[in-house]
Write a protein that binds this ligand. Sequence first.
Ligand code: FAD
Length: 317
Amino acid sequence: MKITDHIKAAQGKTLFSFEIVPPVKGKNIQELYDNIDPLMEYKPPFIDVTTSREEFVYIKKDGLLDKKLTRMRPGTVGICASIAHKYGVDTVPHVLCGGFTKEETEYLLVDCQYLGIENVMALRGDAMAGQRYFEATAGGHAYASGLVSQIHQLSQGKYLHETVEGIPTNSFCIGVAGYPEKHLEAPSMQQDLKRLKEKVDAGAHYVVTQMFFDNQKYFEFVSAAREMGIEVPIIPGIKPIAVEKHLQLLPQVFSLDLPQDLIDAVSDCSDNKAVRQVGIEWAIAQSKELLAAGVPVLHYYSMGKSSNIEAIAKEVF
Ligand code: FAD
């Protein structure tokens, strides 16, 4: 079922969903299942699975370093199919511009159609480690809006190199990223919103936001997006702080502000166990306010161990 249909079917009730990051290659899927199992009690209608782009590794050879490309994590579509099969939920693979040609994206989408995966998140991806700025892959898309167009075209049976008419194709429900505190590369909030509108005009059906820690930022973002004519559902993304290092890391990586009360509470903690508890309590308070405001879905970023998401869900759903 499409995410937008889940939202409609909920008739105003806020849904619970979460995102998982596949473990590095060499591990098996049981680790993911162990993290998902406790969250199923809260009946997520869908689970997102992130995609990590390729990385360079350096191998010592004859005293020199040989640069090789590799992927550190297994493919997202296979993981999505396994989770959907095991739990009977919809899964949402994240599809990236970075690291993929348009043809490779087409094959990936064809696999999704074959496996009955109806939802995808269309994302540009970040610069590769060691690169300062994102560089488009040769033969790939430079921005998520181009990827959204490709997915939208395929939904209508229009492949890259031929138009296949009369062959039934599943149409995709397409999610895109939105930034309540502006994407780090955007020259202004207004310009970033214009870019978001381009993604929606190209065929995106819903937006999931980057994490934020002050709900006011989300409420202002939604009003500005509505003023811009963006009418699709805007799903807030919530990440509980889990370690003290997040105080530096999150602003640096995602270009966002942390409220002073949260910084103070984390700074007062004697260890990371206490920080994790502060993160849970902050996310519960955020979630309750967003729930009261009638957001369509509360979507949680679960990186690694999901026990904090479970603790939040227990209080909120
Ligand atoms: P875009 O929408 O393409 O925007 C990127 C930047 O370019 C913005 O500053 C925008 O304003 C600007 N821009 C857009 N169009 C144009 C144009 N035509 N000309 C000039 N500038 C333009 N990353 C991963 O690697 N894997 C994941 O699984 C993943 N999941 C994510 C899930 C969510 C909910 C979110 C919010 C982010 C996720 N990301 C993921 C991170 C994302 O890839 C990065 O934030 C990336 O830097 C931007 O992606 P985007 O899709 O928003 O890009």
